[in-house]
Design a binder for this molecule. Structure first.
Ligand SMILES: C[S@@+](CC[C@H](N)C(=O)[O-])C[C@H]1O[C@@H](n2cnc3c(N)ncnc32)[C@H](O)[C@@H]1O
Length: 250
């Protein structure tokens, strides 16, 4: 494993203990009907109506998986390199008796068979941890069957530029849209290094890997807001903060 990726993994193992500490809260959240963002539910509705087998890359706490099953998925296989995250997600799914199964593995290079997924789902803080976006896209294309789909709901690549000032929108002087990487300073922090992929690089990687883009939408609303009540001016509707992407394997 790449040295920086290995360092990030150590940080994520530690950060994922939050999912164990917050087991009861996450279990309560898992029982709600609002696990997926409204727009992702709408975009995924035709795909989920076919009862797909879903592979969720970088599944984290696994609440999205429960949302996917409630919205129609036949089963979900979550892949995450944090054994703590995967273990916590598995325990929750078992308690709720839901068909979610977790594999501890690095992305890309997932130990799943070719063409084994009807839908690969990922996002909400996932692609920034990919060292090589082209290798990621090739792995997605390998795992998703011909005619199957990739769905991404993710932070917009411009997000690292926005300050969290509440009085006015500002671009951080220490950031560039075209930088390769920077140190994460929100969550999980602790020296984790995230990579930056422009929207152009992401789309090019996906289409070069053999997927056909069907939907690309950008949104003003971030996929996540900090729990401390921060309300950055950058989230007031003028700037892109998230996007959704649906692509079909040819
Ligand atoms: C911000 S979380 C997002 C996950 C999920 N969407 C969620 O909301 O919980 C990022 C997850 O990616 C995992 N991760 C980061 N880099 C990874 C890699 N190279 N391979 C596998 N998992 C990785 C981390 O362990 C973490 O659980």
């Amino acid at each position: 494993m790449d040295e920086v990726v290995a360092g990030n993994r150590v940080v994520w193992e530690q950060a994922s203990t939050k999912h164990v500490r917050e087991h009861d809260e996450l279990l309560a959240a898992a029982r709600s009907d609002e696990l997926l963002v409204e727009r992702e539910q709408q975009l995924l509705a035709p795909v989920l109506a076919e009862r797909p087998l879903v592979v969720h890359l970088q599944s984290g706490h696994g609440l999205d998986d429960i949302g996917l099953v409630k919205a129609g998925a036949r089963a979900v296989v979550g892949v995450d390199y944090s054994s703590v995250a995967a273990g916590a997600a598995q325990q929750r799914a078992n308690e709720l008796q839901l068909p979610c199964h977790y594999v501890v593995a690095e992305v890309p290079g997932v130990p799943l068979k070719d063409d084994s997924a009807d839908l690969v789902y990922t996002g909400k803080g996932a692609l920034i941890w990919m060292r090589d976006i082209n290798a990621w896209a090739r792995d997605v294309a390998r795992v998703v069957r011909p005619g199957g789909h990739l769905f991404v709901y993710e932070a917009h690549p411009a997000v690292p530029l926005w300050s969290w000032d509440e009085d006015d929108v500002r671009i951080r002087p220490d950031r560039s849209y075209f930088a390769e990487s920077h140190l994460n300073d929100t969550y999980p922090a602790n020296g984790a290094r995230e990579w930056q992929w422009t929207l152009g690089q992401i789309i090019t990687a996906i289409t070069t890997a053999g997927l056909q883009l069907q939907v690309l939408e950008e949104y003003a609303e971030p996929f996540w807001r900090p729990q401390d009540g921060t309300n950055a001016a950058a989230w007031s509707g003028r700037l892109p903060n998230s996007y959704a992407l649906l692509a079909r394997h040819k």
